[in-house]
Design a protein around this ligand. Structure first.
Ligand SMILES: Cc1cc2nc3c(=O)[nH]c(=O)nc-3n(C[C@H](O)[C@H](O)[C@H](O)COP(=O)(O)OP(=O)(O)OC[C@H]3O[C@@H](n4cnc5c(N)ncnc54)[C@H](O)[C@@H]3O)c2cc1C
Length: 472
């Protein structure tokens, strides 16, 4: 390789994303310097100096590649030579259908692979500002990015581009909403910029339903903040729904659940006492978020209580709500489709700081960032993963498919787990078994999931083949 192609790529942060990115770059034959601040400086959640430390659960979630999006992501990562998946598979502990690991064994395996690779140098130091002579940098500093670097990134990206807390409202699969009860309409039929006047899905409540709902929110079990999260500010416009409910029985009816300017075509004679609104969340129109429903209710409670909303009785949630200390960019606005900062393309971002959520998703985005950076350094083309794959669907969400809003309150772009709602719908949805029996209910849903996964793996294999050919 010419000398310009042997210059090292710098990675800041040796967590799930940074470790995977380093591996992918080194395997492509390009030198890497990985800067990890632990143990010199730690975060509020990390406990060791190991690379790829799992800060909480030891589970990488479902390993079912046929019907579960995260299981599919595992399989795609395996096929892409992921170090994180190799370390996970080698340190598995019994956990039913989930892939759980011995956390120390897992982290040790990643650390050993990276420290012994001849093209990887590990420097234990905090980077407060990437020096200007680093021409290719991957920032993978995670939800607990050190304050000095966060401030530098904030200055580069501009005001409001970097969030320090998330305020996550649940997201529902569009096809699980009962449209014989709910209806499409924007308040007062206002079209607004880019709207149609019928942009929201509305779920009506009468007085009895509303009062029971408010009581359930107040009584529901909530998750408490970690000690170091207790200063999490409740911004105006992003109060948890249950905190609003606690302020008085009418608060929600005059806030996110106000019924004004909406007429229920399914029951035009009766005025709704309150209305829950859902807004389209991705360009595909497969996901809708519950407007104003950020919450600290426990996940089981969210499912139980939110399914009492008329029209959402059978809701399938692509994401449940939450509120945490986090650090993430408004990625759809700031990053190009290869994860580079548009305003400063020598900086690339990976992991949770891009707005994906979870160990596996962070590692997967690290994998892509590493491959993009290595291809760029080698002067090779880097085709994007097809949007029908788990990697492609997640990347598309981060770098453009989320639909933003101009409303006050928290940024509408909020952290996202991989889920099948991010995938383009199937051209033909399977509705029969090979013997001709019609599929119904859960069997039909399972068949659809299997078809999405099979399409993803076939398209991934084709992509891997085409990338290999381009590199030869
Ligand atoms: C308290 C908590 C609990 C969580 N629980 C779960 C869970 O159970 N399951 C799940 O899937 N996800 C969980 N997550 C999310 C999880 O952290 C992320 O999904 C994942 O670890 C993110 O990977 P990452 O590589 O982006 O960041 P991290 O894994 O956090 O890695 C970032 C690395 O960057 C280093 N660093 C930060 N700033 C600098 C700097 N300036 N210079 C050099 N190094 C720096 C840090 O020390 C760290 O090693 C949790 C997050 C938190 C905060």
């Amino acid at each position: 390789m010419p000398p310009s192609q042997t210059q090292a790529i710098h990675i800041i942060g040796g967590g799930l994303a940074g470790s995977e990115a380093a591996w992918q770059i080194a395997v492509a034959g390009v030198p890497v310097v990985l800067h990890e601040m632990r143990p010199t400086r730690s975060t509020a959640a990390h406990r060791t100096d190991g690379l790829a430390e799992l800060v909480c659960s030891n589970s990488l979630r479902s390993d079912d590649r046929q019907t579960n999006a995260v299981g599919l992501l595992h399989e795609e990562m395996r096929r892409l030579g992921s170090l994180v998946m190799r370390a996970a598979d080698g340190n598995q502990v019994p956990a039913g259908g989930a892939l759980a690991v011995d956390r120390d064994g897992f982290s040790n395996a990643v650390t050993h692979a990276l420290t012994t690779h001849p093209l990887i140098e590990i420097r234990r130091e905090e980077v407060a500002l990437p020096p200007s002579d680093w021409d290719s940098v991957i920032v993978a500093t995670g939800p607990l990015t050190s304050p000095a670097l966060a401030e530098a990134i904030g200055q580069i990206t501009g005001e409001n581009a970097l969030a320090f807390f998330d305020a996550i409202a649940p997201i529902v699969h569009r096809d699980s909403i009962d449209m014989s009860v709910a209806w499409f309409q924007s308040r007062y039929d206002k079209a607004g910029p880019g709207g149609t006047g019928a942009d929201y899905i509305n779920c009506p409540m009468d007085r009895v339903q509303y009062e029971a709902f408010v009581a359930a929110l107040v009584a529901g079990d909530k998750v408490s903040f970690h000690e170091w999260e207790k200063s999490t500010p409740y911004f105006d416009g992003c109060l948890p729904i249950e905190v609003m409910a606690e302020r008085g029985p009418e608060t929600l009816r005059h806030g996110p659940m106000k019924p004004f300017g909406l007429t229920n075509p399914n029951n035009p004679q009766e005025k709704s006492y309150a209305v829950v609104q859902l807004r389209q969340d991705n360009k595909l129109g497969t996901l809708f978020n519950m407007v104003g429903f950020q919450t600290k209710l426990k996940h089981g409670e969210q499912t139980r209580i939110f399914r009492t909303i008329p029209g959402l009785e059978r809701a399938e949630f692509a994401r449940l709500g939450g509120l945490h200390r986090n650090t993430f960019l408004n990625a759809p606005k700031l990053l190009d489709n290869r994860l580079r900062l548009v305003a400063m393309p020598r900086l690339r971002f990976a992991g949770q700081i891009t707005g994906c959520e979870g160990y596996v998703e962070s590692a997967a985005i690290g994998l892509l960032a590493g491959r993009f950076a290595a291809a760029e350094r080698r002067g090779e083309p880097s085709a994007l993963p097809p949007p029908t794959t788990a990697h492609g669907a997640l990347l598309a969400y981060i770098t453009g498919d989320h639909i933003g809003t101009n409303e006050p309150g928290p940024n509408s772009y909020q952290p996202m787990n991989v889920n099948l709602g991010l995938f383009p719908p199937l051209a033909i949805v399977p509705n029969k078994l090979p013997d001709g029996t019609r599929l119904r209910g859960p069997a039909k849903t399972q068949a659809k999931k299997r078809a999405l996964s099979a399409r993803a793996l076939a398209d991934l294999d084709q992509w891997i083949g085409s990338v290999r050919l381009a590199a030869e």
